[in-house]
Design a binder for this molecule. Structure first.
Ligand code: FNR
Length: 339
């Protein structure tokens, strides 16, 4: 049976062998607090490439040290971090997968020793530090940090960049009226709230020719938060700027209870795909091959991001293929014992 899940897709010059993406997942494992990749990371990511995931995406990698969620976060803020990432990509490519890096800045959700900053001065909750309101100079520094990180991602041979604009981290703090109370031209209207993301996409495109994904929180679970119309506006703008795909997640902007169930973020993912006419990635409690195939066949998304199911089973792709009696490629060294 020919499945869509196991059919290739082209994104600019990058061809993915199937539609399965390893969703970005922080491992908080840089124990020297230097953001440098460790042997753990290489084992962790390369085993998913061996498991025939089409695109292996790293966890959130900080573009500045003060933008880390924790001191153990992965980083891409200096040139010393490039060699280890290059080695990771060599191994992912040898295993036949493509690689992506998620570029991130935590803003007010950074839990580091240095002062933290955000769109405005509201803390996430009482356990978090109160951020300083970013000056225009701070904003310019962050934009150029994303540009520099994209140059390093290129040097390290990543195939795709994802901008983390979701889950209430810095970019999302600018996008959302819940966290952005600015009165300058970075706050107020949705056009203004989009300005930081616009500048980041523009800066990355100056130095990066490959595909760009953007992860958005498509639902903030609060009536005062971004509406679906706001999200469609952002998606239209991203499409106009040449972004290739919206990775449709949700939540994290303010503390909120999220009701989760299989495919809980799919409705908005499908809506964005139709209304903004842009490729989308579906994520969130997608656990079986049949579920993934339904999403793709009904054109609700173009890629399927798998998170926790891939933590539990690095060979999730093989397990999913078995549901269709579809024979996926084996890692070259495993061919004699794969079926
Ligand atoms: C995550 N998630 C996440 N998302 C993101 O954009 N950047 C990140 O670094 C992380 N880190 C992270 C760590 C861990 C341990 C988990 C479980 C999750 C969210 C993740 O990418 C995914 O969107 C959700 O887990 C929902 O998908 P699943 O797990 O239901 O397939």
């Amino acid at each position: 049976m020919m499945t869509k899940l196991f059919s290739p897709i082209n994104l600019k010059k990058i061809s993915l062998k199937n539609r399965i993406v390893m969703s970005p997942m922080c491992m908080y494992s840089c124990f020297n607090e230097d953001g440098m990749i460790t042997p753990f990371h290489v084992t962790h990511y390369v085993s998913r490439a061996m498991g025939q995931v089409g695109l292996v995406m790293t966890e959130a990698a900080a573009v500045l040290p003060e933008g880390r969620i924790s001191p153990q976060d992965l980083g891409i803020w200096n040139n010393e971090q490039v060699a280890g990432l290059t080695d990771l990509n060599n191994q992912i490519h040898q295993a036949g997968s493509k690689s992506a890096i998620q570029l991130a800045h935590a803003g007010r959700k950074a839990q580091v020793d240095t002062p933290i900053y955000s769109a405005s001065t509201l803390a996430f909750d009482e356990s978090y530090k109160k951020p300083q309101q970013m000056t225009w100079q701070n904003i310019n520094e962050v934009v150029s940090a994303f540009r520099e990180a994209a140059i390093r991602a290129d040097k390290a041979n990543f195939d795709i960049i994802e901008i983390h604009a979701a889950h209430g981290y810095l970019i999302n703090q600018f996008l959302s009226p819940l966290t952005n109370k600015r009165t300058d031209n970075y706050g107020g209207t949705r056009e203004n709230r989009y300005r930081l993301l616009r500048e980041i996409v523009t800066a990355i495109k100056e130095v990066w020719e490959g595909p760009i994904f953007v992860r958005l929180s498509t639902d903030e679970y609060n009536e005062e938060g971004n509406s679906l119309a706001d999200i469609i506006y952002f998606s239209n703008m991203l499409k106009e700027q040449g972004v290739d795909l919206i990775d449709c997640s949700s939540g994290g902007v303010i503390p909120a209870k999220i009701h989760t169930y299989p495919g809980y973020q799919l409705k908005r993912c499908e809506f964005i795909k139709q209304k903004a006419n842009i490729k989308t990635g579906a994520v969130g409690l997608i656990t079986t091959g049949l579920q993934a195939e339904e999403i793709l066949q009904n054109e609700r998304a173009n890629l399927i991001f798998i998170g926790r199911a891939l933590l539990r089973n690095p060979y999730w792709a093989k397990t999913a293929a078995d549901e269709f009696n579809y024979e996926i490629e084996a890692p070259q060294q495993y061919k004699r014992g794969w079926f």
